[in-house]
Design a protein around this ligand. Structure first.
Ligand code: NAD
Length: 354
């Protein structure tokens, strides 16, 4: 399995180093990884004057999946937009047509008290939000500010989804549900918006290909409420770009800890980029304080969704659970007064648990 490793900036290299140690440990049990490292973000700019150097893109094109750390930092904030670190990320998404953004929100029982919600509401939570990433009102034309026929200025955007765009994210939702609890909830606003009534019709039609998965529908306002009221009722949620933007951030905060949350962005062929949802954390970079678990859990997602290694994915997730049960905590997930471990000590513990 060929993996492009793009560590990036800030804490990126520190957290990726721990994920690589986990891969090495898996390698001793039969999985063969061939790693190629590429510079991206600020590191890409430093190395080649470009946040996505041609050499890095070539490495990614030859890989089965991309493992991504994080990009950005104050050093690069005053660069022209095209040279900013985040352009590396956006260009990768565009180049590989990574239209499906998967964000699991999992609450390990040991960390239930880190959430702002009552522990009994979130303990054991395990849901997946699937957000369409390349269409919807964020990209629809026309858009802008104009003067209307009454002579008043107005702002406008266009919500738009083509049938093929809905079908491919629908398929990704059904496939993801198949690999989990076989329940898919499609979130829309079909009572008000034509585009999302169309979305619902296509989801119902696509369901014919996945009779083993239960499909339900929910209006987005209700979904926002249900995520807080009883988040454990969901397995996989699939939704459009704008609703997914909002609901995935809401869901991530159910878990209370940014250092624990992995993500995947996939294209129609199952090729994907895997990264923690957090940024490069310049405030703690180089201090050994970063929590590497979001990156290690991103590796587990890579094993499951791009490499078809579900058993290995479960082993990695079980190892993470074990170290949490053993009471190991980096500073971001520790209770006040609780002893903490460094980034590499957390990596040591996961490798030992594996
Ligand atoms: P951030 O996610 O980097 O940090 C927010 C807070 O969370 C900070 O206090 C940080 O110390 C903490 N934190 C983040 N990850 C952690 C981890 N693994 N362990 C422990 N603590 C952690 O967000 P920010 O401060 O808004 O952005 C910093 C830089 O990262 C900016 O340049 C921004 O553009 C970039 N960024 C990159 C990505 C990405 O690469 N996908 C995402 C978001 C932000």
């Amino acid at each position: 399995m060929k993996i492009a490793v793009l560590a990036g900036d800030g804490i990126g290299p520190e957290i990726i180093a721990q994920a690589l140690r986990v891969m090495e440990a898996l390698g001793k049990h039969g999985l063969k990884f061939e790693l190629s490292h590429g510079a991206v973000g600020g590191a890409g700019f430093d190395a080649a004057g470009d946040p996505l150097p041609a050499e890095t893109l070539k490495i990614c094109e030859g890989a089965d999946a991309i493992l991504f750390g994080s990009v950005g930092g104050p050093k690069y904030d005053s660069l022209p937009r095209a040279q900013r670190p985040e352009q590396g990320l956006l260009r990768l998404r565009k180049h590989f047509d990574l239209f499906a953004n998967l964000r699991p929100a999992t609450v390990f029982p040991e960390l239930a008290s880190a959430s702002t919600l009552k522990p009994e509401v979130v303990a054991g939570l395990d849901i997946l939000i699937l957000r369409e990433l390349t269409s919807d009102i964020y990209f629809g034309q026309p858009r802008g500010v104009r003067t209307n026929e009454k002579g008043e200025r107005e702002g406008f955007d266009t919500m738009r989804y083509t049938e093929s765009e809905i079908r491919r994210i629908g398929k990704a939702g059904f496939e993801a549900a198949r690999k989990r609890g076989k329940k898919l909830c499609s979130v829309d606003k079909a009572n008000v918006l034509e585009t999302t009534q169309f979305w619902r019709d296509i989801m119902i039609d696509e369901h014919k290909n996945y009779p083993d998965v239960e499909l339900t529908h929910m209006y987005v306002d209700n979904a926002a409420m249900q995520l807080i009221r009883n988040p454990k009722q969901f397995d996989v949620i699939v939704t459009g770009n704008m609703f997914g933007d909002i609901l995935s951030d809401e869901a991530s905060m159910l878990t209370g800890s940014i250092g624990m949350l992995p993500s995947a962005s996939l294209n129609a062929k199952g090729f994907g980029m895997y990264e923690p949802i957090h940024g490069s954390a310049p405030d703690i970079a180089g201090k050994g304080l970063a929590n590497p678990l979001a990156t290690i859990l991103s590796l587990a997602m890579m094993l499951r969704y791009s490499l078809n290694q579900a058993k290995a994915a479960e082993r990695v997730e079980a190892a993470v659970r074990k170290v949490l049960q053993q009471g190991l905590r980096t500073a971001d997930i520790a209770q006040p007064g609780q002893a903490t471990v460094s980034t590499s000590q957390m990596g040591d513990a996961v490798v030992a648990a594996l």
